[in-house]
Design a protein around this ligand. Structure first.
Ligand code: CP
Length: 340
């Protein structure tokens, strides 16, 4: 695809070459994410970060990514704090924000709403998650992490064996990741969910039709055998028709160190898009795995910064000049150390 000036709405927009290009740019920007160098290539540019659902990682890492490229960030974090609450349409909101912004990131609870918003926008829009539908930047950072974790074991994405675990019905990160992985060669998908939370049938068919191996499991222990990656997800309780219905599924699948040790290969990588639900009745990913070196969840979040910097650089067409706007590090950046 031609990234310049394009909105990023769905992973359906990408082919393998596009993904390779995003990862190449992400690799190139690593020194800036690590604060080893500073670039001001987006100085004077404005990001409008519109998040109409709760978020920690996506909102703050998109904002930090833009800041690390030198740009300014403006934010709205709730419908009730915007004029959508007064009946303003997505069309009008998009037209208005196009005058204030060079790029917009939007999260919205309704599937398809970010695409509708992007149709009206005169600047590129990046989908930060639209209901249960898609979360393209999450899938890209997940795939970037999978690539790195596999490379450390001398493996490639082709022929990957991955178990996708939990709420596969409403989990938008899983939906986007499946579509990205489907672009690679002979992936084995273990779809591990409680009855009622299976992956949408059209997506399962898409994976099978593309020649991948798809196995369905309704028990955690049998589904997590003999795979390279475990991708655990939270029960997306905010998507269920009622809290009572969500409660029927919470806590059914809990991965902890004892289960991992008994049923997984010793080097199986553990991923989760986060947030994990650490309340007593959920705990789909136990904190007793925190010391497990194969737990990659915080490597995923770190990679989110790189991938989101790459998306901005590509869409705003600064990949070729980003280093021309590098400046010496400050005393602060020279003397600080990143926590991870
Ligand atoms: N993974 C993810 O989308 O996290 P947030 O909801 O915190 O942005």
């Amino acid at each position: 695809m031609d990234f310049v000036g394009s909105s990023i709405i769905s992973v359906d927009q990408f082919d393998r070459g596009d993904i390779a290009r995003i990862f190449e740019v992400a690799d190139d920007l690593r020194t800036y994410a690590a604060r080893e160098r500073i670039t001001r290539v987006l100085e004077g540019a404005v990001l409008s970060n519109m998040f109409f659902e709760p978020s920690t990682r996506t909102r703050l890492s998109f904002g930090a990514a833009f800041n690390l490229l030198g740009g300014e960030v403006r934010e709205t974090t709730e419908v009730k704090a915007s004029s959508l609450a007064k009946g303003e349409s997505l069309y009008d909101t998009a037209r208005v924000l196009s005058g204030y912004s060079d790029v917009i990131v939007m999260r919205h609870p309704t599937a398809g709403s970010v695409a509708e918003f992007a149709e009206a926008s005169r600047v590129p829009v990046i989908n930060g998650g639209d209901g249960p539908n898609e979360h393209p930047s999450q899938a890209l950072l997940d795939l970037y992490t999978i690539r790195a974790e596999l490379a450390a074991q001398g493996k490639k994405i082709d022929n990957l064996k991955i178990a996708l675990i939990g709420d596969l019905k409403y989990g938008r990160a899983v939906h986007s990741l499946c579509k990205l992985l489907a672009l690679y060669g002979r992936i084995t998908f273990h779809l591990v969910s409680p009855p009622g939370l299976e992956i949408p049938e059209p997506l399962a068919s898409q994976l099978q039709d593309a020649g991948h191996v798809v196995r369905v499991y309704n028990e955690l222990e049998t589904g997590i055998n003999n795979v390279d990656i475990l991708y655990v997800t939270r029960t997306q309780e905010e998507r269920f028709p009622s809290q009572e219905e969500a409660n029927r599924y919470k806590g059914l699948f809990r991965l902890n160190q004892a289960i991992y040790t008994q049923f997984c290969e010793p080097n199986t990588v553990i991923m989760h898009p986060l947030p994990r639900d650490s309340r007593a009745d959920a705990q789909e990913l136990d904190t007793d795995l925190n010391q497990n070196p194969n737990l990659a969840v915080f490597r995923q979040t770190d990679n989110g910064l790189l991938v989101r910097m790459a998306l901005f650089a590509l869409v705003l067409d600064v990949t070729e000049v980003v280093h021309d706007y590098a400046r010496p590090v400050t005393w602060f950046t020279a003397n600080r150390s990143l926590s991870t």
